[in-house]
Design a protein around this ligand. Structure first.
Ligand code: PLP
Length: 434
């Protein structure tokens, strides 16, 4: 399977190159040259399949000859030892798809772990070493750190803004050790991102080591996110109703992944793009004009994105046709007050605790279902409520339990390297540790 760029559809690069490079030189986004169509038979028999089983079948269709069958089996089972269960709020009508049973308690584990497994495979084949550099405002770093922990041939350095990530997120970045190093930058997330960009552009560093990124525009983080849409469909198809997914969105990788699965044949009646006040995409769906904005701070902060990096991919999946996009995707946005209200409503009505991002997804689903059409709705639950413990507790006035694996992490000592925002400092550090 080769990949092309959304800016140059005649370009062809190998799987390995798309994986390790993340972004084409023309600054487009990689797309698989052929999207395999999984037949109706596949979707009929997957109800009993685990996430790993689905990952294996779809990955075989995509990358079959490039990776031997036994290796691929091994790789997907190691990437996905956890499930993504659908939980009914009202069975047959409204459900949540829990994507937070991986080690960092957010859906980003799925993409990061698959990407790590694939990179590990290719590096083992070529005995190369790769240094992954990533800037994080919180969630991405944890998923990347835990996903790449102990993968041979890979060293990970994570830059995070000192004092601006939650205690729990910081523990996920700074307590793992082994091949994971955390750099605590005396600055903002934007400073961290700027430093990473400078490192990628620095000739000395690039001569000395092979730098790679693990950011969410990498197509290998996106493809595996389609697997849980398939898994969810398998769990609700018994109701025999049209299936609607509501995806709480920021950079729109998660929603694009669902659309990709739909293109592979997954029967989906409609996708709902649910956002907070960072509403560039819902507004586009309303009036056909795409206007990126500076990001606005909200309580669903992992979705505070003013100019979604996967917007191009989303429109590309609909052949850049606004009409086609509109025919499959609805968009709604909600403010923090509505989000808090929904968290409380859901807790009172169903005894179910949602993180603020999930609540935005639930709100989008509820709004869509008000049309009265009889659909089976699934809102994607993108993070465990314990990741946003203080906020959730302040809304539902009930203690939120921390899962045992995380509790254990909370007791480990923090290790980080503290640096300023000057590039020379970080460059020296990276040169010395190569
Ligand atoms: C990253 C993130 C999102 C947004 O996902 P995108 O793929 O960027 O749209 C939503 N919720 C949580 C909890 C996240 O960490």
């Amino acid at each position: 399977m080769n990949f092309y760029s959304t800016n140059d559809t005649s370009l062809r690069v190998s799987m390995e190159e798309a994986l390790l490079r993340s972004m084409p030189k023309d600054r487009g986004l990689y797309m698989p040259e052929k999207i395999p169509f999984m037949g109706a038979d596949f979707f009929r028999r997957i109800s009993d399949g685990s996430l790993a089983d689905i990952a294996f079948e779809v990955s075989s269709a995509l990358f079959g000859p490039s990776i031997p069958t036994g290796k691929l089996q091994d790789l997907v089972h190691r990437a996905f030892p956890f499930d993504t269960p659908v939980v009914g709020l009202e069975n047959g009508k409204s459900h949540v798809l829990e994507l937070f049973h991986g080690p960092s308690l957010a859906f980003k584990d799925v993409g990061a772990r698959y990407m790590a497994a694939m990179m590990g495979y290719f590096l083992e084949q070529s005995s190369q070493e790769v240094h992954i550099l990533v800037a994080t405002s919180g969630d991405t770093g944890g998923a990347v750190a835990m996903g790449f922990l102990g993968v041979p041939g890979i060293k990970v350095t994570i830059l995070y803004p000192s004092g601006r990530v939650s205690e729990l997120q910081e523990k996920q970045l700074t307590t793992l050790g082994r091949n994971i190093t955390a750099i605590e930058v005396d600055g903002s997330f934007d400073d961290c991102q700027a430093l990473v960009k400078m490192a990628f552009a620095d000739p000395d560093l690039n001569r000395q080591q092979r730098l790679a990124s693990a950011n969410s525009i990498n197509i290998f983080r996106l493809i595996p996110q389609g697997f849980y849409y398939v898994r969810a469909y398998g769990q609700v198809k018994q109701y025999g109703k049209p299936v609607v997914f509501s995806t709480p969105s920021g950079n729109f990788g998660n929603l694009s992944a669902g659309v990709l699965a739909h293109k592979m044949g997954l029967p989906v009646h409609r996708f709902i793009a649910s956002t907070n006040l960072n509403r560039a995409v819902p507004t586009y769906l309303e009036n056909g004009t795409y206007t990126p904005n500076p990001s606005i701070e909200t309580i669903s902060n992992a979705m505070d994105v003013g100019n979604p990096s996967n917007f191009v991919r989303l429109t590309h999946l609909f052949d850049d046709s606004f009409e086609e996009l509109k025919a499959s995707v609805s968009g709604y946005y909600f403010d923090d007050g509505q989000t808090r209200e929904a968290m409380l409503d859901v807790y009172r009505q169903y005894g179910y605790v949602m993180c603020p991002h999930t609540a935005v997804g639930y709100l989008g689903l509820r709004r869509y279902q008000q049309s009265g059409e009889d659909t089976c709705g699934i809102a994607l639950a993108t993070a465990h409520p314990a990741k946003f413990k203080d906020l959730v507790e302040s809304v539902i006035h009930t203690p939120v339990e921390i899962p045992p694996a995380l509790e254990e992490l909370m007791n480990r000592p923090k290790h980080s390297i503290r640096l300023g925002v000057g590039f020379d400092e970080i460059k020296d550090y990276l040169m010395q540790t190569a």
